[in-house]
Design a protein around this ligand. Structure first.
Ligand code: M6R
Length: 606
């Protein structure tokens, strides 16, 4: 959470920082602030709320002029969103922006208070700023190194010292940071989209590294002062990929990108019509050797793992344990070196998922990550990485990242099933071909957009609703429900349809719409019975089913018919109306679709 940026170069620094921050607002938008060297002094401007508040404030008041500076967009952890808690923090000598959490900040604060320091904010970050000031004796790198030795927790830091007005400093541990490399100008940023307007070249700052950045040079050092050489990275996608491209919201654009990004993700992993995870170093021999498979992730990524479980268990007859990372890591998981732990993460920076990865490595399990952001911590630290090629996902609500994660779950299941001899080559080819047809099926599913908009108009005034389904439809319902609640603020729960009558059905009235997902032939009759139960209690029912499903019209108030794929692949097609219904409900309610309240795209805190 939080996005940090920095600039050194000939351009108007305030303009560059604001532009870069606007690409990082998905990481948090509780407040924004910048610090710029102006006439040799650090000039700070900050404002609570969205970046536009800061821009408006600067338009009416003071807009710093200079060529070197740092900036921040905040997702509040310590201290409420307010002007005073906004970053940058510091004083006349030192100014910093921070993404992460300083776990021992109270101890440091007490130490500094004893030394006579006064604190104005409730943030953990201010303690780092003041500690830098306390140790500073004229050598920034020495000071930073000393402070890094004392702070515990996670951080990506952008730092300015007033005595060095041509330089910004950066350091990181457990929060992402890149250094953008331009011509006669350099940048720091939490994520690549922030710098794409200016350069596509960047370095990845690794754990415990410190960078010294001027307009003409980037010097990277380790904690013992050793110089570190880095390979320059190149961002394959351009700024346009991170723009709305004519759509009203990023979320809608990203929903529509799904056919293309699924193709981009699966094609390199299919060879002669067979799944080919060898492309990522994952051999069939290795796959069949695991005793147990764990899939661990958070939120939408965990929902993709749930679909993976159903598919792997059904096709590859292999038990899969799926868990939420924040639970898994604290419950003494019984993993060992014979097991596979698969981590799924769009950002590759989710704190809990990263902690599970480290735990799995400690326990000597093999780790495979399914990650979208190239070079992110989870990708780098896992034994094998299967990159999804969704491109930048800007909307906080995940859509295309989910689809590409699903596509990898399928390829994995098919390769495992074939490796174990559960399916023969003919069936494996058939399934792989079916998967290759999914982009076209999704293209067709996107044609039901208008119907989904209409369904949104029927849901927009609800206070609460239920999603129900069985098997794969239940796994998909969980994602549909999350999508709806996170962007429309309507309370919603997903229930296994057969479980309703064990308690939850008492909530069902004519004021509780129910979205029933029934795409699995073998479970259709059972789900229909559950639909009748809620219909009998007055619920408005929306049925999402295959276009070939022939059920009487009075089963549901509305039927949303989805183009047909093989049953096991139906979650990929049926995800589309779920996403569109959530999207239009949110639009109709006037919510901020791409930036729902209280959320951030990358959750780098526990
Ligand atoms: O970056 P990750 O995939 O690890 O993020 C995990 C969740 O925070 C994320 O999937 C979240 O649930 C979605 N953005 C919600 O749409």
């Amino acid at each position: 959470m939080c996005g940090i940026v920095g600039y050194v170069g000939p351009k108007d620094c305030t303009e560059v920082l604001i532009s870069a921050l606007s690409k990082l607002e998905y990481r948090g938008y509780d407040s924004a602030g910048i610090a710029v060297f102006e006439n040799g002094q650090i000039s700070v401007e900050k404002a609570k709320g969205r970046l536009k508040n800061l821009e408006e404030k600067m338009e009416k008041g003071h807009r710093p002029k200079g060529h070197v500076g740092i900036g921040h967009t905040r997702w509040a952890t310590h201290g409420e969103p307010s002007d005073i808690n906004s970053h940058p923090h510091g004083n006349k000598r030192v100014s910093i922006v921070h993404n992460g959490i300083i776990e021992n900040y109270i101890k440091i604060k007490n130490f500094l208070v004893d030394k006579g320091y006064e604190f104005v904010s409730e943030t953990d970050t201010e303690t780092v700023a003041k500690l830098l000031d306390f140790y500073y004796e004229g050598n920034p790198v020495e000071t930073i190194t000393r402070v890094l030795g004392e702070i515990e927790g996670s951080y990506a830091l952008g730092i300015m010292f007033s005595e060095y007005p041509d330089t910004i400093y950066a350091a990181r541990k457990d929060s992402p940071l890149i250094i953008g490399v331009g011509e006669g100008e350099n940048f720091i940023a939490s994520d690549v989209p922030a710098i794409l307007k200016y350069t596509r070249h960047y370095y990845l700052l690794e754990q415990n590294e410190i960078a010294v950045i001027t307009k003409d040079s980037v010097e990277i050092k380790g904690l013992h002062g050793e110089k570190i050489e880095k390979e320059l990275q190149y961002a394959g996608w351009d700024e346009e990929a991170a723009e709305k491209g004519g759509y009203e919201h990023f979320m809608l654009k990203e929903i529509h990108e799904q056919p293309a990004v699924i193709k981009r993700t699966i094609l390199p992993r299919i060879m002669d019509g067979m799944p080919f995870l060898e492309e990522c170093g994952i051999t069939s021999e290795m796959l069949k050797s695991f005793r147990k498979i764990y899939i661990v992730a958070c939120g939408t990524a965990m929902h993709a793992g749930l679909v993976g479980k159903y598919v792997i268990e059904r096709i590859a007859e292999t038990e899969v344990i799926v868990d939420i990372a924040s639970e898994f890591r604290y419950r003494n998981p019984l993993i060992g070196k014979e097991d596979l732990v698969m981590l799924i993460s769009q950002s590759g920076e989710t704190a809990d998922t990263k902690a599970v990865l480290r735990l799995a490595k400690e326990k000597q399990a093999t780790t495979i990550s399914v990650v979208n952001v190239k070079g992110s911590s989870i990708a780098r630290e896992s034994d094998f990485v299967i990159y999804t090629h969704a491109g930048p996902e800007i909307s906080v609500a995940s859509t295309k990242a989910y689809s590409v994660q699903l596509s990898i779950m399928y390829l994995f299941a098919f390769q495992l099933a074939y490796a174990k001899g559960i399916i023969d080559e003919k069936r494996c080819r058939e399934l792989t071909l079916e998967l290759q047809e999914i982009p076209d099926i999704i293209e067709k599913a996107l044609e039901i957009e208008e119907k989904c908009q209409f369904i949104g108009s029927r849901l927009m005034n609800a206070d609460s609703l239920l999603y129900i389904g069985r098997g794969l439809d239940y796994a998909l319902s969980m994602e549909g429900s999350l999508k709806l609640k996170e962007i429309s603020y309507i309370h919603s729960e997903a229930y296994a349809a057969g479980e309703l009558k064990h308690g939850t059905i008492s909530l069902v009235t004519d004021e509780m719409p129910v979205i029933a997902v029934a795409t699995q032939d073998d479970l259709l009759e059972k789900t229909i019975s559950n639909i009748k139960e809620v219909k009998a209690r007055g619920a408005l029912v929306i049925l999402i089913c295959k276009e070939t499903t022939d059920v009487s019209h009075d089963i549901a108030d509305y039927q949303v018919k989805v183009p047909v794929a093989e049953d096991i692949l139906m979650p990929m097609a049926a995800a589309v109306p779920m996403q569109l219904i959530a999207y239009y409900t949110s639009v109709l309610r006037g919510c901020d679709v791409d930036k729902p309240r209280n959320l951030a795209k990358s959750v780098t805190v526990e």
